[in-house]
Design a protein around this ligand. Structure first.
Ligand SMILES: [Zn+2]
Ligand SMILES: [Zn+2]
Length: 317
């Protein structure tokens, strides 16, 4: 029987329909999985103590998100956002639940209970627990891009952890088919934040596709592989580096579960995680734990396209 050959336009249309564009995060599992992964990675990471501390933070996030309130946009607001190709729960403008500050208290209390906590961390968590509400709201506004101002780099990861709870509570209540593309493909279609890293999935129906992972709400959105998530350059401008490739030859670079996708066009990179190489990879935890790869790339002249929410790095030029 003769098969009809598809025209190129038809092939693209079919492909666009068969790839799940968005993966909605699961609030019952996300932080628990992250905590577990941070503990696993702590055993071999040069920043093991830091990862163990943020595993405790992730435990507190997991406990807090269970009954965190979620005031979602109404159907008309979602439609309005879609009409303008804007994110419906934009980090900079969607109102935060005041409970995020109670979550921050719980996170800081959990951290402070850890034995042998370094003195600077004791100070930071105590300072955050004593801070006035308007001070915390002002820091949150700056972190979420709602206004300009100085960031307290040491306190930022704790604030971001509390804000992640607020946005995961919202994002996890959307259905994937409610999430429409926005004008900037490199930004989260739900909250408009930058991705922390990307992940190539193995489970059906996502198998073999690459998803960018939002640093704030944990929504994941599809982006084709071998394309810069920062500037959109593709093909010969894109290369991959891993820690193994720095110390070993040949296949070691190919086999690494965590690689940096570098771009010769904009000289930036984001990490890309491969579930087929390690089913346990987690976008925030593995990005944080592989800080040695960041140092390697900084030496090679590449800038991180965006930071990790749990480790505030000064902006790179
Ligand atoms: Zn988001
Ligand atoms: Zn680029």
């Amino acid at each position: 029987m003769a098969q009809r050959i598809l025209e190129p336009g038809e092939i693209e249309t079919l492909a666009a329909h068969s790839i799940p564009r968005v993966r909605i995060p699961d609030r019952t599992r996300l932080f628990a999985k992250r905590a577990e992964r941070l503990r696993t990675l702590a055993a071999t990471s040069p920043i093991g103590d830091y990862l163990r501390l943020f595993a405790v933070v992730a435990d507190a996030q997991h406990a807090a998100v269970a009954d965190f309130p979620a005031e979602l946009p109404g159907a008309a607001q979602i439609e309005m956002a879609q009409t303008h190709r804007m994110p419906p729960i934009a980090a900079a403008s969607w109102p935060r639940a005041p409970q995020w500050r109670a979550t921050l208290q719980a996170i800081c209390a959990a951290a402070a209970r850890q034995p042998h906590l370094p003195a600077p961390i004791v100070q930071i968590t105590a300072g955050l627990r004593d801070a006035a509400a308007d001070e915390l709201e002002a820091q949150a506004d700056i972190l979420l891009g709602a206004r300009d101002g100085g960031i307290d780099a040491a306190a930022a990861p704790f604030l971001m952890a509390a804000l992640q709870v607020n946005w995961l509570a919202l994002a996890s209540r959307f259905a994937a088919n409610e999430v429409k593309p926005i004008d900037v493909p490199g930004l989260c279609p739900l909250c408009g934040s930058l991705p922390v890293s990307s992940i190539v999935a193995t489970q059906t129906p996502y198998q073999g596709y690459r998803y960018l992972h939002c640093a704030l709400c944990a929504c994941e959105w599809h982006m084709v592989r071998v394309q810069c998530s920062q500037c959109g350059a593709a093909g010969k401008d894109i290369a991959y580096r891993s820690l193994a490739s720095a110390t070993a030859a040949g296949d070691a670079a190919i086999a690494a579960a965590v690689r940096a996708e570098t771009c010769e066009h904009c000289h930036s990179y984001r990490k890309i995680l491969y579930q087929e190489k390690d089913p346990g990879v987690e976008p925030v935890a593995d990005d944080l734990a592989s800080i040695a790869l960041d140092l390697l790339l900084a030496e090679a002249g590449y800038a991180r396209a965006s930071g990790n929410p749990l480790l505030w790095q000064p902006a790179q030029g």
